[in-house]
Design a protein around this ligand. Structure first.
Ligand code: AMP
Length: 331
């Protein structure tokens, strides 16, 4: 029997026996979260189920093409509380902690529907009714693919596109260390449905604005070094967002840039969301781990891509705090 087969069987039983589902993912959804949700959405709809996708934060612009009418992916509001509470099952995709569900998580804390989690993040202790967590998967989309195959589902164009975007975005376009032979086999299967992978690539990665380029140029231009050049760090004060006419969503991809510098083991991006709320994003090449660093700051993530939200801290304080910790993670 394959590892995790027991939990996969139980998830398949849940899908069969229940009728109404709410799918959700973490705050600031990424391509893996959105793509996985939409793939599962179409599968459940094909089975005649009632399905809602309700996320803690709005659909990121970069993935709107996956829901062109804007009718499938909704952002949580108080009026959704009843739908969530009364659904037969809530499926958490690409996250396992209710704490990363914002207001939606708070509504759930007061009891709620049966909870199923499908995720590939390393986690310690999960309180969902059913949890399929497989860290070997490059993306949650890979797990959704497995589930759908086991369910005997058909890979329609919409399902294939969702899974492809999920995997493409979580593997840095099939470059990162999390890519396996299986990842490529799944991708090959998806391509065989006739999907236009180049179109999906262009829609996600070649649709940036001029203002976003100004934000990147300014931030990279002011990049700093630490720990004998093994750490590269950048900061975006709110002032820079104003000056460049950008928003936090426009920072996607920026923290990846210093990974291209040979000596850099850890790349850090500090984002000033508010005077006392700083988001810190970490990236590293495969030989250096940054998940422990993010966890030490109350965040989490993967070995080579992690993040934390520092509350009650100014930008300068956050920088001091993180730089004091980072030394022990480089070698
Ligand atoms: P990001 O830099 O936002 O792309 O996040 C990198 C990885 O860390 C992703 O896999 C996220 O799911 C995870 N992550 C981001 N923010 C947090 C957080 N506050 N707590 C736990 N994990 C996080």
């Amino acid at each position: 029997m394959k590892p995790h087969q027991e939990v996969i069987d139980r998830i398949l039983e849940t899908i069969q026996s229940k009728q109404s589902f709410v799918l959700t993912t973490h705050v600031n959804a990424d391509g893996d979260g959105i793509g996985s949700e939409l793939a599962l959405y179409h599968h459940l709809r094909d089975l005649g189920k009632e399905v809602h996708i309700i996320n803690p934060t709005p659909m990121p612009d970069a993935y709107r093409f996956l829901d062109p009418e804007g009718t499938r992916v909704e952002a949580y509001g108080d009026h959704h509380a009843r739908t969530v509470q009364q659904s037969d099952a809530l499926v958490l995709l690409d996250l396992s902690e209710i704490s990363r569900l914002g207001a939606l998580g708070k509504a759930l804390a007061r009891n709620g529907p049966f909870k199923v989690c499908i995720d590939h993040h390393p986690t310690e202790g999960v309180s969902n009714d059913l949890a399929w967590i497989d860290e070997r998967a490059s993306a949650t989309g890979e797990l959704v693919y497995e589930l759908l195959m086991q369910a005997g589902g058909k890979l329609s164009r919409s399902i294939a596109e969702g899974i492809y975007v999920a995997i493409m975005t979580d593997t840095g376009c099939f470059r990162y260390a999390n890519v396996t032979a299986h990842t490529h086999r799944v991708a090959a299967d998806l391509l065989e449905t006739g999907l236009d992978h180049n179109r999906l690539y262009r829609l996600v990665y070649e649709s940036n604005s001029w203002n976003q380029s100004r934000l990147f140029a300014k931030t990279i231009g002011d990049m700093n070094r630490a720990c004998n050049d093994r750490v590269a760090w950048m900061k975006i004060p709110r002032r820079t967002f104003r000056e460049t006419g950008t928003l936090e969503k426009d920072t996607e991809g920026l923290v990846e840039f210093p990974r291209s510098i040979g000596e850099v083991q850890i790349s850090i991006l500090f984002i000033e969301q508010a005077a006392d709320r700083i988001r810190v994003r970490f990236r590293s090449p495969s030989h250096t781990a940054v998940d422990g660093l993010a966890r030490e700051l109350g965040g989490g993530g993967h070995r080579n891509a992690s993040a934390a939200l520092l509350k009650g801290t100014t930008l300068d304080e956050a920088i001091d705090r993180v730089l004091a910790l980072v030394e022990k993670y480089v070698h």
